[in-house]
Design a protein around this ligand. Structure first.
Ligand code: TYD
Length: 261
């Protein structure tokens, strides 16, 4: 039980909204194998980890708040989660139960192992710049969407970051990446993403936690139109490197010209 602990992740404060990031290495005590998020949680319902399997897990309140009680067979201890930069690490073998969800709670769970069943479809290799349905399941208690490395996800997730508390009228993310692949998800509220390949622009409105926008390399992307309470979750194919960014639009157009893409 003493191995259960809170881990604080970076909270990058900005007047255009806040950003937190969890990635392999750094403070994470395992490598990411799977991600799941729970939402539309019904009042009075509880979640137990028998739904997700007994493995090393990191649990985050992306939105709202809830209580989690961890049990090691002899002892039990309760914790309260309500901020997205403060996660609870629960080692393999312990039972947990979540409850007392506030309205609009979104629970995010990172796992060290994939589940035994489900999500076995292979990625079809056609990644890029389109809205795709994810592996979403309705449950008695609410909804769960699962993305697991090697089980239908278009890449292995090595980093997860999320934008939250974005003030009205702000925009984010005017940049492109050279190699990074990302799945962008509105786990709460809604926002727009404009993808620009240097020639054409497409605007996508994201507003459901069970679908993602695939954003490939070489795309200038801008996020705006954030609703109140919007949470933008991004699953990324690589850990953070500043070198992978192109932050200047003219430089981006030059890069596209040179690469002929
Ligand atoms: P950035 O990607 O530049 O967001 P935006 O394009 O919306 O401004 O990220 C903002 C800051 O956060 C920037 O200083 C880099 C830092 N950051 C990390 O340290 N790790 C990450 O995984 C991400 C996404 C950003």
């Amino acid at each position: 039980m003493e191995r259960v602990r809170f881990i604080n992740f970076p909270k990058i404060l900005d007047e255009r909204g806040n950003l937190s990031v969890v990635e392999n290495g750094a403070a994470l005590p395992f490598e990411i194998a799977g991600c799941a998020w729970l939402y539309d949680l019904r009042d009075g319902e509880k979640w137990q980890n028998k739904h997700l399997g007994g493995k090393d897990e990191l649990i985050i309140a992306l939105s709202g708040g809830f209580e989690i009680t961890v049990n090691d067979g002899t002892d039990s201890k309760s914790f309260y989660l309500n901020r997205p930069y403060r996660a609870l690490y629960v080692p393999k073998g312990l039972q947990w139960q979540m409850g007392n969800f506030t309205t609009n709670s979104v629970v995010f769970v990172l796992s060290a192992e994939t589940s035994v069943n489900g999500g076995e479809t292979a990625a079809d290799g056609s990644f890029g710049n389109k809205l795709v349905p994810l592996n979403e399941a309705p449950c008695l208690q609410g909804h769960i969407t699962v993305v697991e490395n090697g089980k239908g996800s278009p890449f292995d997730v090595k980093r997860v970051y999320y934008l939250y508390d974005v003030p009205a009228g702000e925009s984010r993310g005017a940049h492109a990446h050279k190699a990074l692949k990302q799945l962008v998800i509105a786990v709460s509220g809604s926002f727009n993403i404009t993808l620009d390949d240097g020639k054409e622009k497409h605007l996508y409105t994201l507003n459901r936690p069970g679908e993602a926008l695939e954003v490939g390399p070489g795309m200038w992307r801008t996020l705006d139109g954030f609703s109140s309470g919007a949470i933008c979750l991004v699953l990324a194919s690589e850990v953070y490197t500043a070198e992978d960014y192109i932050r200047d639009y003219d430089e981006f157009l030059e890069y596209k010209k040179q690469k002929q893409i």
